[in-house]
Design a protein around this ligand. Structure first.
Ligand SMILES: [Zn+2]
Length: 160
């Protein structure tokens, strides 16, 4: 099987579970993490079903893959998503060290269906005034470094 055919199959799998998820009280999004050895780990959107705003299909698939593979580092894995990942899912993929992300529908298709995350993409643009959700720095005493100092001196820590 060629790489292109395989990738297409995984994308079809993501689209299929997204479609099934709609009939199962979930949002119309599905994702599949494919490990280097070919094992697959699925995730579907459960935001409204679980009252979990972070339960996007990609995040759920990453959590499942990490749990099943017993590692927080998913390097070598590819994430297939039924729709273009939002900024949270992109950031989650970066933290998971996912190699590559492939998606089917794009952000415009999602917006047409009522899922408009354009304001979130805009938030991260360099010229954003961050009005949507102000973030401010408050701690400037030495206290702020306490967790890092303890971390630095801990010999049993797991670096990531
Ligand atoms: Zn997302």
């Amino acid at each position: 099987m060629s790489v292109a055919t395989t990738g297409h199959d995984y994308l079809s799998m993501a689209i299929e579970i997204a479609t099934t998820n709609v009939r199962n009280a979930g949002g119309p999004f599905g994702a599949v993490v494919v490990a280097p050895d070919g094992r697959t780990f699925e995730g579907v959107n459960r935001v409204t079903a679980n009252n979990d705003p972070t339960a996007h299909a990609e995040v759920v698939a990453i959590r499942t893959a990490a749990q099943e593979l017993g590692t927080f580092n998913l390097s070598g894995c590819v994430l297939y998503s039924s729709c273009e990942p939002c900024p949270m899912c992109l950031a989650s993929s970066l933290w998971a060290r996912i190699d590559r992300v492939v998606f089917a529908a794009d952000r415009h298709d999602a917006a047409a269906a009522g899922f408009d995350d354009a304001v979130f993409y805009d938030y991260f643009e360099p010229e954003s005034d961050r009005k949507l959700m102000p973030v401010e720095r408050a701690g400037d005493g030495e206290e702020r470094l306490k967790p890092f100092k303890v971390w630095d001196s801990l010999e049993t820590r797991t670096d990531y």
